[in-house]
Design a protein around this ligand. Sequence first.
Ligand SMILES: Nc1ncnc2c1ncn2[C@@H]1O[C@H](COP(=O)(O)OP(=O)(O)OP(=O)(O)O)[C@@H](O)[C@H]1O
Length: 307
Amino acid sequence: MTKLAYLHEPGVLENLRSRYDINAIYTYTGNLLIAVNPFRKLPHLYDSHMMAQYKGAAFGELSPHPFAVADASYRQMMNEGISQSILVSGESGAGKTESTKLLMWYLAYMGGRAAAEGRTVEQQVLESNPVLEAFGNAKTVRNNNSSCFGKFVEIQYDQSGRISGAAIRTYLLERSCVCQVSDPERNYHCFYMLCAAPPKDIQRYKLGNPRTFHYLNQSNCYELDGVDDSKEYIATRRVMDIVGISNDEQDAIFRVVAAILHLGNIEFKKGKGIDSSVPKDEISWLHLKTAAELLKCTTSLIWTGTS
Ligand SMILES: Nc1ncnc2c1ncn2[C@@H]1O[C@H](COP(=O)(O)OP(=O)(O)OP(=O)(O)O)[C@@H](O)[C@H]1O
């Protein structure tokens, strides 16, 4: 970009477009990387052969790529011994989540251990994404898998450059989206996954058709193209195992998710006292009791865990 004769907005946009037309979705502006979302799979750009190519290559020597950014930060960390940060920003649907995953893949590849040494930390780092997406992503008008939260991912390395640990901090989860969804958006993925769980779990969490829950039936969108919620539920459970969430904790988490759906179905009417209200009818009472049962179990679990 910096080599353009005229560095103004039309020139920048034209440059991005002409590169995009030849599938060159990445462009450098100095050492900043601009990514234009291709909205289609370009697997040849991200295979292990590509990772090997970028390993140790000087920044700017190869085509612009997130692997090059990750490689430069890894090498700077190793050479100077100080922590590095990569900031990924852009509007909704721009490709931040996908770009972050590519950066994490590369950083895990660089700091990975030999297979014989066990790969749990990197595996946990990479596998944390599906768990975060299950509970923090939803379909919006602009993006079928929109992250409704911010995250700070920290990957820690030892002196020799191997991954020694990781931490993910999430913030700003849009809680208001739980109660209000407008067509054609969808609520957080976890609700639909849980409604599509195997029968024994449906029974355990006292759920059923998503169309019967107020927090889900405000919109007519229940399914996503190419996504099978029942498979996603099984996959999320498996990944929760991998990242070290115990069965009891998983159960507590899904009890809360189910209780939220039941709480959403409680309607109120005016009570006898001033400013008081009571559940409107038998059905509302039933949902209140169910939510209480689900949450009571969760609470007692937390108590046993901390005593
Ligand atoms: N590099 C890429 N290659 C192929 N598809 C991509 C790429 N980047 C993004 N996409 C597609 O665009 C969709 C939206 O991207 P992504 O979820 O990363 O956006 P985002 O910036 O994180 O959005 P939000 O702020 O809403 O969470 C993805 O689900 C994917 O289908």
